[in-house]
Design a binder for this molecule. Sequence first.
Ligand SMILES: Cc1cc2nc3c(=O)[nH]c(=O)nc-3n(C[C@H](O)[C@H](O)[C@H](O)COP(=O)(O)O)c2cc1C
Length: 301
Amino acid sequence: MNLSVNIGKLKLKNPILTASGTFGYGIEFTDFFDLNKIGGFCTKGISIEPRAGNPSPRVVETASGMLNSIGLENCGSKHFLNEIMPKIRDLKCAIIVNLYASSEEDFVRLTEILSKEERINAFEMNLSCPNVKSGGSAFGANPEIIQRLTKAVKAATDKPVIVKLSPNVTDITQTALAAEAGGADALSLINTLIGTAINREKRTFILGNKIGGLSGPAIKPVALRMVWQTAKTVKIPVIGIGGISSFEDVLDFLIVGAKAVQIGAYNFVNPAIAGECAEKLEEYLEKRKENIDQLIGSVKE
Ligand SMILES: Cc1cc2nc3c(=O)[nH]c(=O)nc-3n(C[C@H](O)[C@H](O)[C@H](O)COP(=O)(O)O)c2cc1C
């Protein structure tokens, strides 16, 4: 059965992806399932130079979810290309590299550095991290900056560019339209919602960074609404993210118009979930004698 979808120039064998920051560099998950079963994965956000991230504690469990304030800790572009790429290049699924930079110049330079690596299938620009002081949310809420950064990154590479949007805005369709106007090949949404948690004994914030990003099943209804609104508004493909914890959740996102989905925090609960969702999607469509294009955007309004 053909489950393939096109995200601009990026061809995926099926619409199941895993989300940045929740799936390491892919290789960590090969003990749990065969990565050949999924469309691809997004790496942890990579910056030009290594980053240490935020002070600990950096994660806290919440009702039906978690808060994180990792602050984009990562090994940097040089280590990624020299040490990690050789370990992941033979994986049989798409490799999408999530990009983080705190200025337009650095976004362009990072894109140029990583574009030399042929095995990278696409880039995902993180314009929406709530846990860093520069860049991140500051970029993610401003349509003009989004359009400018997208255009600059697009001009620096031939690879497909996905722009990842923040839910921490009043109207996500405005930032979505800005990314589309900047030439984005696709959009992915949502990143985490800003939250906090309190240690009431000590009367302190639990997270070292005080605030963090909320993810997990708790955010699914918000994400689903934003994906639906965005998919109706833009012409480019939308990738749905937020609280997916089951195959049924995958269906919901595809039905409201997502062309693909990313599974995030639930990888920590069940590291094999992405492979299971891909298998179940195939069974579902086979049983209903339906093809993937009939499912995507099939919500009755
Ligand atoms: C621990 C953790 C680290 C994350 N790191 C990144 C990151 O580096 N870049 C990024 O764009 N999103 C990052 N995210 C956001 C996720 O990719 C995803 O957008 C978000 O968690 C919502 O999906 P979920 O509810 O399925 O987790 C991170 C999320 C978590 C939980």
